[in-house]
Design a protein around this ligand. Structure first.
Ligand code: FE
Ligand code: FE
Ligand code: ZN
Length: 276
């Protein structure tokens, strides 16, 4: 089954997101757990969540993806930023426990000059403090473009975080096609090789979701600027190969392309025509 959706606004709650997803031909969606620039959250609306869970079951929405705020940086040098990262993560996980099929994606972090080794230590340290045996929610490390001091632009860094996290059965990876192409993994000319490398270093069993984006910048630019499907350096042919690849095709795909809702509806329709 082709599981495809896009990023939606969570302003009106879970049922509204589910209904909007179905309306635009999607069967999954992504949303921010709170303002992407950080901040506090509204109390959970349990009635809305109950209605959403029923709606999701009826409409075969098996997974959804929550995205942590961009300001969450577990590998920051400043302690108050690391404290915010940990408390946000704890709160987001506990809230997602109420929602069927939710996974939580986050940017591993930026080491801000402390070095990748220190950053990786801090990120796995945070994960060791927040993950519990009891939680249902799987937490995903996003593959990054490697701009600035970002951690996660190399598969080896994600592997190290996973290795240093005790409860790593609760950890997965979300592969962002724009990011890894910008990071220097040539998924356009060598998709098979990149996926073998992913398997060798991280293990394909950890791969849980795909952020499906084209890129505004050329290969290995380390920039991270998303483009509409088919209008960037990945191109429609490359995207078609990705959504049909036997290793990837059963994963949920999430568009984070520069679109409003009608643009997303068109991209989803286009991707369905490209799906074999
Ligand atoms: Fe992201
Ligand atoms: Fe992404
Ligand atoms: Zn991005």
């Amino acid at each position: 089954m082709f599981r495809i959706g896009c990023h939606l606004s969570s302003q009106k709650g879970f049922l509204a997101m589910g209904e909007q997803a179905v309306l635009i031909g999607a069967n999954t969606f992504q949303f921010f757990t709170r303002n992407p620039r950080g901040g506090s959250v509204k109390p959970l609306d349990l009635e809305d969540i109950e209605k959403y869970n029923t709606f999701a079951k009826e409409n075969d929405i098996k997974y959804i993806l929550a995205h942590a705020p961009y300001t969450l940086n577990a590998s920051a040098a400043k302690e108050y930023i690391r404290v915010f990262a940990k408390s946000t993560m704890l709160e987001d996980i506990s809230r997602l426990e109420y929602i069927k099929g939710a996974m939580l994606n986050f940017h591993p972090g930026s080491h801000v000059g402390q070095g990748a080794d220190v950053g990786i230590e801090l990120i796995s340290g945070m994960l060791n403090e927040v993950l519990t045996e009891e939680q249902q929610t799987v937490v995903l490390l996003e593959t990054m473009a490697g701009k600035g001091s970002e951690i996660g632009g190399k598969f080896e860094e994600l592997r190290e975080i996973i290795d240093k996290t005790a409860l790593n059965s609760k950890l997965g990876v979300c592969l962002d096609t724009c990011h890894i192409y910008d990071a220097g993994y040539d998924i356009i000319n060598n998709l098979d090789e990149v996926l073998s490398e992913f398997d060798r270093i991280i293990g394909l069993s950890h791969l849980k979701a795909i952020h499906l984006n084209d890129s505004k910048n050329p290969f290995h630019s380390q920039k991270d600027r998303h483009e509409k499907i088919g209008e960037g350096s990945l191109g429609a042919m490359g995207i078609a190969e990705i959504i049909n690849h036997p290793v990837l095709r059963d994963l949920p795909f999430y568009l984070e392309t520069p679109n409003e809702i009608d643009g997303y509806a068109k991209e989803i329709a286009l991707l369905k025509t490209m799906r074999k």
